[in-house]
Design a protein around this ligand. Structure first.
Ligand code: NAD
Length: 257
């Protein structure tokens, strides 16, 4: 039975990915912030979904030692970590001249550096067992920029560099590393930025959805969490062994333009 760690899986995309792995019989380590009782209810729900066991570790993605403990305790519990999904992320939308430096640090820390700490801690075990899958949730903003998202765009571009490097270092050890680059997905992260974007661009929130968010995507539709979860499951499989170092857009055609 294989084991997967999904960071930031108490909500949104990470939760959908964790759920799909649970349904398909993996052991799952959930992680993220939130209300303790709600997290336990989510853990218990996912635990009944498949043959594997679902546990929770509350490592803060800004704390390298807690990330290292997340990997160590999961290895101790399940014997091995087979799949890593660095997914935790936050957003802040503001002009660069007004962008708070503390927000820059937090976004680089949670959206990029946490993936480095996670992979660094799990790589020795993966190399030893000659199997590993790193599937990071980057963004279309790993490939192209949008105004007012300096830290997020920088972090996601950085994530692609990290993933390519890990792909090269893991190539002869049965380890693949890829980044999924979603366009807009309706999650709490996006709902939160609609208001900020409306303020930054002096527009109504309704206009932000049609004129900014869905305008970027030729399909004029949000990406669904289940679609990303299905790609993550495929990338974890043996059939995907030769896909490595790739940035895979799932963005309704956004980055084709
Ligand atoms: P979300 O807000 O629903 O979920 C974010 C998760 O990260 C939550 O579980 C939260 O608790 C966790 N998290 C935040 N700070 C943390 C910290 N310090 N320590 C541990 N966990 C922390 O957002 P989402 O939309 O599901 O985003 C998930 C990932 O997908 C992010 O990396 C985001 O950049 C990326 N993404 C989202 C979209 C989108 O449109 N929603 C598009 C492309 C990429």
């Amino acid at each position: 039975m294989k084991t997967v760690i999904v960071t930031g899986s108490t909500s949104g995309i990470g939760l959908g990915i964790a759920e799909n792995f649970a349904i398909n019989g993996f052991n799952v380590v959930l992680n993220g912030l939130g209300d303790e009782k709600e997290i336990e209810a989510t853990r218990a729900r996912l635990d009944t979904m498949g043959a594997g066991e679902v546990i929770f570790h509350g490592a803060n993605m800004l704390e390298p030692e807690e990330i290292s403990d997340l990997v160590k305790s999961a290895e101790k519990k399940f014997g091995a970590i087979d799949i890593l999904v660095p997914n935790a992320g936050i957003q802040h939308v503001e002009k660069i001249e007004d962008f708070p430096p503390a927000k820059w640090d937090a976004i680089i820390g949670i959206n990029l550096s946490s993936a480095f700490h996670l992979i660094r801690a799990a790589m020795p075990g993966m190399k030893e067992r000659k199997f590993g899958r790193v599937i990071s949730i980057a963004s279309a903003h790993g490939l192209v920029a949008s105004p007012y998202k300096s830290a997020y765009v920088a972090a996601k571009h950085g994530m692609l560099g990290l993933i390519k490097t890990v792909a090269l270092e893991g190539a002869e050890f049965g380890i693949t590393a890829n980044a999924i680059c979603p366009g807009y997905v309706e999650t709490p992260l996006v709902s939160g930025q609609i208001a900020d974007t409306a303020k930054a661009r002096n527009m109504s929130e309704e206009d932000v959805v049609t004129e900014v968010i869905l305008k970027a995507q030729p399909t004029k539709q949000f990406v669904q969490v289940g679609q990303i979860a299905a790609l993550a499951l495929y990338l974890s499989s043996e059939q995907a062994a030769q896909i490595t170092g790739a940035a895979l857009p799932m963005d309704g055609g956004w980055t084709a333009q």
